[in-house]
Design a protein around this ligand. Structure first.
Ligand code: NAP
Length: 189
């Protein structure tokens, strides 16, 4: 049974032309540097407090494989000690107890298992999983952080949507780094 108090958020960072990674999966362009004079600064204390409000993460297997590569390179694990559910039909390695692999119907998983247990559920990519989440009507909000760069081609934010999804713009924030953070509510959810 879906819990009306729970919230499913999709969040990713993308280039201005709508890509979350290069075709080969590289995300080197996320490091792009710019300076927007009128922008806000990201306060580490605020970020830390905000991350505490997230109860669990959900991601596709390719995003997980990128996270594992980052960790192996010494770049750390971005999801703290929060439960992290990896959608996959494969038996992937697990480097920590907080990671759980899941396969099966996504709507049953979100509404039957995650919503009753967690309040703030964050889908953190990639494009295949974000699109499935929207196609199945499972997302309440979309957070889109646009970076000041065009990369021409790559993996799209939402892979193969089969219909229009109406959104309500709820928040816009521009940062000194040139990043613009948009928050949309999914209409009709
Ligand atoms: N810029 C950003 O903020 C950002 C964020 C996240 C990711 N990324 C990048 O995006 C790329 C990955 O995105 P992507 O769209 O290619 O892949 P993805 O969405 O991360 O993963 C897709 C895979 O997840 C598994 N899967 C998806 N839905 C499933 C379901 N309902 N049940 C079971 N398994 C399911 C399938 O693989 P199996 O074969 O394992 O079943 C599918 O091929 C990476 O390069 C990553 O670095 C960027």
């Amino acid at each position: 049974m879906a819990n009306p108090d729970s919230r499913v958020t999709i969040h990713m960072a993308a280039s201005l032309d709508g890509f979350i990674a290069r075709k080969d999966g590289r995300v080197d362009w996320l490091e792009v540097a710019d300076e927007f004079v009128g922008g806000d600064t990201m306060d580490p204390g605020f970020v830390e407090a905000f991350l505490k409000t997230i109860d669990c993460y959900v991601m596709g297997s390719r995003t997980y494989e990128t996270a594992l590569r980052f960790e192996a390179q010494g770049l750390g694990w971005a999801y703290g000690d929060k439960p992290t559910f990896v959608l996959t039909s494969r038996d992937l390695p697990r480097t920590r107890d907080t990671v759980q692999l899941h396969s099966g119907d996504l709507a049953q998983f979100v509404n039957g298992r995650l919503r009753p247990r967690f309040h703030s559920i964050w889908f953190v990519g990639g494009g295949v999983v974000s699109a499935e989440c929207l196609r199945r009507g499972l997302a309440d909000e979309v957070r889109y952080s646009i970076l000041p760069v065009l990369i021409g081609e790559g993996i799209p934010f939402f892979d193969k949507l089969d219909r229009d999804i109406a959104l309500h713009l709820a928040e816009v924030k521009a940062y000194k780094s040139g990043m613009v953070a948009l928050r949309y509510e999914v209409r009709g959810q």
